[in-house]
Write a protein that binds this ligand. Structure first.
Ligand code: XLS
Ligand code: NI
Ligand code: NI
Length: 431
């Protein structure tokens, strides 16, 4: 036992509580026939909670954690504290990158041994903890070797290093019973066309992803393989810009039935979309997987990874998730960090507790909206004209016959209200 969270008891549901507590999140409350915990499937992100030093573009470390440092001893202490936090929060899942959990070694083999030693430790801890692994992933973006990309690097040695790293991380994820494996291509993009062969880089990325899928099948990993879209930052032009771009990429490389997406709210915003748009599109394309429920600051314009604290936004997101049938292997990962002034251990607990509560409130509103069916009825009514046989027939017809019908029947469209204000009023009634 470390003494990092000393005196903090596991959080419980208490509707009257103030501050650090679950007022709305009650894991056992049943909504739409399922426990809230099983709907929301919360996960803690190891990197932001335990590895992030508190830097911003203008200054470095603000946090002083007893486990900061490049030794295995520090890595083990970090793991102890992480599982102590999981105990306090009671969230069912966590997620990690290789680089979050182990010190970098002198060469690949040493890094892998360090990593696997911590995976052994996780495995031991997971025997007694109720926390499971939502997803594992490889950090192919922080170290300088990845500055020109991982799978899309002009240097084949970086491609090789990346392939070996993903193999190691995928196998570790499988060993821990992870339900998904995520690939976020932080450096898979380019800064300038003056030095970039875009066609070649796309081919490399396509082959790389195919190898990941092949290896997952080979080792018997039955979880989902997910790509996480993001439009820019770190690289200026990212090959995995948004859901639509990824779908095109998957189609191109024959992977649309093998790979899904992990959609992050903040990334959707950076791409100029709403979170709901990205979720709904992924659902319609059949590639919806999981979510990172963290948004950006609406003024500062970069990936600030804030914990969710806006119930109406969250409600609209879960509405789309529920319309997709809810999560299958996916879940709600908080890829979110504290503000750099939030130094206290208690801040870490408060941030997660508050976020879980906001999600619970949003989720309840979403479930009620869907169960009452008002929004769906109104949407349905808007498209009701398409139920008519002549309307349906048009979609298998041709321009000649449609044009003839327009004149023969004197078709003359009458504009109708989109009723947006009424719909927004209805949503506000629920949230
Ligand atoms: C960065 C991404 C990253 C992924 C995992 O912006 O959100 O944290 O979720 O590599
Ligand atoms: Ni992000
Ligand atoms: Ni993310």
């Amino acid at each position: 036992m470390s003494d990092f969270f000393k005196g903090m008891e596991p959080l419980r549901h208490d509707p009257e509580a103030k501050g650090v507590a679950f007022r709305s999140y009650d894991p056992d409350e049943v909504l739409m026939g399922k426990r809230m915990e099983d709907h929301l499937r919360f996960a803690v992100a190891y990197w932001h909670s335990f590895a992030w030093p508190g830097g911003d573009p203008f200054g470095g470390q603000t946090f002083e954690r007893p486990w900061f440092g490049d030794t295995m001893e520090a890595a083990r202490l970090k793991a102890d504290v992480a599982f102590e936090m999981f105990e306090i929060l009671g969230q069912p899942y966590f997620c990690f990158h290789d680089a979050d959990i182990r010190p970098e070694g002198a060469d690949f083999a040493e890094s892998r041994r360090n990593f696997e030693e911590i995976i052994d430790l996780f495995e031991q801890k997971m025997e007694t903890s109720r926390t499971r692994l939502l997803w594992g992933t490889a950090n192919l973006f922080s170290h300088r070797r990845f500055m020109a990309g991982a799978a899309t690097n002009p240097d084949p040695d970086v491609f090789a290093w990346s392939a070996a790293t993903v193999k190691t991380c995928l196998e570790a994820t499988h060993r821990l019973g992870g339900e998904n494996y995520v690939l976020w291509g932080g450096r898979e993009g380019y800064e300038t066309l003056l030095n970039t062969d875009m066609g070649r880089e796309r081919e490399q990325a396509g082959r790389f992803l195919n190898m990941v899928v092949e290896h997952a099948r080979k080792i018997g990993f039955t979880g989902s393989i997910l790509i996480e879209p993001k439009p820019q930052e770190p690289t200026k032009h990212q090959y995995d810009y948004d859901v639509a771009t990824i779908y095109g990429f998957l189609k191109d490389f024959g992977l649309e039935d093998e790979v899904k997406v992990n959609i992050e709210q903040g990334h959707a915003i950076l791409a100029g979309h709403s979170f709901e748009h990205e979720l709904a599109l992924a659902r319609e394309l059949g590639i919806f997987g999981s979510i990172d429920m963290n948004r950006n600051d609406y003024q500062s314009g970069w990936d600030t990874d804030q914990f969710p604290n806006n119930v109406p936004e969250v409600a609209l997101a879960y509405y789309e998730v529920l319309k997709a049938g809810g999560f299958d292997t996916g879940g709600t990962n908080f890829d979110a960090r504290l503000r750099r002034q939030s130094l206290n251990p208690e801040d870490l607990i408060a941030a997660h507790a508050g976020a879980m509560d906001v999600c619970a409130r949003g989720f309840k509103a979403a479930a009620a909206m869907l169960e009452d069916g008002v929004l769906e009825e109104m949407r349905h009514a808007r498209y009701a004209g398409w139920e008519a046989p002549e309307a349906k027939a048009m979609l298998t017809s041709d321009l000649d016959s449609i044009a003839q019908r327009v004149e023969a029947e004197g078709i003359n469209p009458v504009p109708r209200s989109g009723r947006q204000e009424i719909l927004e009023n209805i949503v506000n009634h629920y949230v």
